[in-house]
Ligand binder design. Structure first.
Ligand code: BF8
Ligand code: SF4
Length: 664
């Protein structure tokens, strides 16, 4: 059935759901096909207001206890009476809920990292066919950071030591994670002074789960500081380990062209969508798909070839390294299936909606789970085994090929695709700005100091079905670049930018302010730089540190004219990321909803008092234009503190004026 069956008057409702035409196209088709999606459920089920503000505690069987935000004018004595059965106050409940989100997010990134570290070590030992150590340069860099001897030892031997050290980071019993030393010295001192330098990664997660158990840590300040320590174990621990080891295994991203949006799916080819987060299996699938036998098998069923497309962060990983097309971001996962041409969707971990199994039933798509940690009722499970990866990958591709014949007649692929230039790892930015022979952030710092670039913003994170898909992120990003703020993006926010055409060098002239556009044109980069998947927010930490170390912009990340945002966040990982950015000295603004609104005190601590301790703070602003204003004001405040606020309006004095000034 074709989408044209939808009446015109329904249009405005669709426009409220997404600003992406391909998404709207597919929503109409899903409706016509009678297939329910997350967008329908967002209409029919509203969030619980007490849970949304973090005021519901279900940490023991005497609850759930609901302790909603007190009325503004409520007397202190009455406020004090508002507690859960055990006496837990609104502050404790709110802080505990927030801390548990941080723990879950840290666990997700770090468990991903552990999986990578295991395969990394096995690769170094030569135990896993299909995997290699592709970036020796980065291996040496990480070896130096880990204190592994390089000398004239073979790369594999060095990698074995690096692998053991990486794995030991999770269960570390003494000392601090090895990447902590990468942070600016002043930052390390702040953490030490506050007692929030992380210890072992697993320990931080376990301890935070313990602290938030019924009847343990019941002081919201203490809870939020421990949450900061746990979040730092994510940013400067788990996530950074993922990024660095993945780069060694699969190559550090360099600029590459790619295409994005549902239009990358092909009617006459086998479409295999890889969705999730760990690049291990997707990398091997990209490799094996060239196998002549598989190509022959595809032709034998009447397909012209095999089209691999990515979804969510798996997409970012293989896009950044190979230019593999991206089908879409988080809210488009069901819609890829709605096209009717996805022969198989392969998922591993994180952000995979259970509804995929139902949507797949409306069409012919085979949903394949591959992680031992993530099974979905109704999906086919083909487990990824690192020791047998090429064969598992081939088996999965064959499943897609064999399913081609089952396609139904309800096929409709939206025409939208967009070109994008991606692959801006921290190292690439360094090379592009400084040149291969003197790689450095100096030109960026100089342009920030002279005011051509006003500041740096990281706009990251998810889609959220409670707001218009892609709209808050794109409105914010366009406003920032118009005001000469260079924007670094990852995750689903990066994909929104790709679809909107912001990830091309030409976008600089079209969208950026004069100053930023002139720098982008001189270097040949887009005004918005795609730095990768969500674990790659660690690349933003490294870039920020490099800017600090290059000099002239203070001696800590908190001194930089920089800010962060995740206006469409939805996952617990986003809270962990936000909290490690804040704890690293960054002002970070979230949209949609904020999970501590049930407690004024907790929110005040995060939004105001944190600036005095960790030198970073949280903010909440769902309106993207207002969020842009807050971020730009913060950037200007930092410029002023650095004494570079005047450089934007350079005044030239004539001789008479000079004499006058000299005489004064
Ligand atoms: O890690 S941005 S919706 S896909 S959580 Fe998920 Fe959010 Fe997308 Fe990747 Ni990140
Ligand atoms: Fe209620 Fe306290 Fe149990 Fe939470 S821990 S559910 S506030 S009794």
């Amino acid at each position: 059935m074709k989408a044209e069956n939808i009446k015109e008057e329904d249009m405005s409702d669709f426009d409220k759901k997404s600003i992406d035409p391909a998404t709207i196209h597919m929503l109409k088709k899903a409706q016509a096909d009678g297939c329910e999606t997350i967008f329908d459920r967002a209409d029919s089920m509203k969030p619980c207001p007490i849970g949304a503000e973090g005021s519901c505690c279900k940490h023991c069987a005497m609850g759930p206890c609901r302790v909603p935000a007190p009325k503004k004018k409520e007397a202190a004595a009455d406020k004090a009476k508002r507690t859960g059965l055990c006496g837990a106050t609104a502050e404790t409940i709110s802080a505990r809920n927030f801390a548990r989100m941080v723990a879950a997010g840290t666990a997700a990134h770090s468990d991903h990292a552990r999986g990578i570290a295991d395969v990394f070590l096995a690769t170094a030992k030569g135990e896993v066919p299909g995997f290699q150590l592709k970036d020796e340069q980065k291996l040496y860099q990480v070896a130096m950071d880990f204190g592994v001897e390089i000398g004239d030892r073979p790369a594999k031997e060095i990698a074995i030591d690096v692998g053991h050290k990486a794995i030991a980071e999770f269960g570390r019993q003494e000392g601090e994670p090895l990447f902590i030393k990468r942070a600016p010295l002043k930052r390390q001192e702040i953490w030490k002074k506050l007692g929030i330098t992380p210890r072992g990664i697993d320990r931080e997660v376990v301890e935070l789960m313990h602290r938030t158990h019924m009847g343990v840590d019941q002081d919201y300040r203490s809870l939020l500081m421990s949450a900061a320590r746990c979040a730092l174990a994510d940013g400067w621990g788990g996530s950074m380990i993922s990024t660095e080891l993945q780069d060694i295994l699969f190559g550090t991203p360099m600029p590459v062209m790619g295409q994005i949006n549902l239009g990358v799916l092909k009617k006459d080819e086998i479409n295999l969508v890889v969705h999730g987060h760990e690049p291990l299996l997707p990398e091997i699938i990209v490799d094996v798909v060239q196998d002549p036998e598989l190509q022959k098998a595809a032709k034998a069923v009447g397909a012209k070839g095999i089209n691999i497309a990515g979804m969510c962060c798996s997409a970012n990983e293989i896009l950044m390294r190979h230019g593999i097309p991206v089908a879409g971001n988080f809210l488009q996962q069901e819609l890829a299936i709605v096209t009717g041409v996805v022969d198989a969707m392969v998922v591993d971990v994180q952000c995979e909606m259970q509804s995929l199994a139902q949507v797949a039933k409306c069409y012919h798509t085979k949903l394949i789970t591959t992680s031992a940690k993530a099974k979905i009722d109704g999906a086919t499970h083909i487990e990824f085994e690192e020791h047998n990866a090429p064969n598992v990958a081939k088996k999965i591709v064959m499943e897609a090929i064999e399913n081609f014949k089952n396609r139904k007649s309800n096929i409709d692929i939206p025409p939208q695709t967009m070109d994008q230039v991606v692959g801006f790892s921290h190292e690439t930015i360094n090379y592009l700005l400084g040149g291969v022979f003197r790689a450095s952030y100096r030109p960026l710092n100089d342009n920030i100091i002279n005011g051509r670039i006003r500041g740096i913003a990281g706009v990251v994170g998810c889609n959220n079905a409670r707001v218009t898909h892609d709209d808050p992120n794109l409105t914010l990003i366009k406003e920032l670049i118009k005001n000469d703020v260079i924007v670094l993006v990852t995750g689903c926010s990066a994909m929104a930018c790709g679809k909107a055409g912001l990830l091309t060098p030409e976008a600089a002239r079209q969208y950026a302010g004069e100053g930023l556009a002139s720098v982008c044109e001189a270097v040949g980069i887009p005004p918005v730089l795609h730095m990768g998947a969500c674990v790659d927010n660690s690349r933003i930490l490294m870039a920020a540190t490099a800017v600090v170390k290059d000099g002239g912009l203070g001696d800590d990340i908190s001194d930089l004219p920089a800010a962060g945002a995740a206006l469409e966040w939805m996952s617990e990982k986003a809270v962990a990321i936000g909290h490690y950015f804040v704890a690293s000295g960054v002002y970070t603004v979230f949209g949609t909803t904020f999970p501590t609104m049930g407690s004024e005190e907790v929110t005040r601590l995060l939004f105001e008092e944190f600036e005095n301790t960790v030198k970073g703070k949280w903010g909440f602003e769902p309106d993207p234009m207002k969020a842009a204003k807050l971020m730009i004001e913060h950037i200007d405040k930092k410029r002023k503190a650095l004494g570079i606020d005047k450089t934007r309006e350079r005044v030239l004095f004539d001789m008479a004026k000079r004499r006058e000034l000299d005489a004064a």
